[in-house]
Design a protein around this ligand. Sequence first.
Ligand code: SF4
Length: 248
Amino acid sequence: MVAGSCFGYCRFCTRKRKVGCKQMSVSLGDVLRGLDYIAEHTEVNEVILSGGDPLTISDALLADILERLRRIKHVEVLRLGSRAPVVLPARITPALCELLQNHQPLYFLTHFNHPAELNDAALEACARLVAAGVPVVNQTVLLRGVNDDAAVLKQLFYTLHRLCIRPYYLHQMDLTTGTAHFRTTLEAGIAIMDQLRGPLSGLAVPTYIVDLPGGHGKVPVTPAYVQALGAQARLRAADGTVVEYPQL
Ligand code: SF4
């Protein structure tokens, strides 16, 4: 975590306890302690710059952090998670794109939830990142009454795909206090995924994921395509047909 604030505060945020107040600000000392920890732990080979929104810090500080990370030999891949393309696309300047491009491999994780967020300014910000050779992936939160509709998500994911932004995760809404009204059932999420698999390009279909309570990590939740295993497996196709699949 390199920042304690965001450009806007999302109603569904699962990090409310960590962002938006003065007491939650991240000091340079905190960041340096984090970098020391990473340097001491050779098993850490991938680092996510997160927050809050890491693009709320200056380009100069971001460059300093990225350079320090790049000097740690066992850190191979970087990620930066930001909603700037959605809520403050002007933050995605050519200078920032060049900075990120200079620290590859670095994935830019952004967060569009609805096609209505893909206005011209957002599209241009994403295009600047892609043109600079920065791989962009998107995480979407499944939100009841907002985007829990296969047609809406199909439009979102296909538009992102056309922009060379990979739809990465569709998140089941976390069990965060005060957000229950946004939560769909798993059954509803699975039914939506079932409607996406056939018509959408495979590259445009994200993984529907549940972040398990208790720190057990994320697990994918998929429609039941595998109906039986064994010598004569049975798989259900996207169009509903059950197909025999001989394994021997
Ligand atoms: S940008 Fe991310 S961390 Fe900030 S409020 Fe939104 S979801 Fe939470």
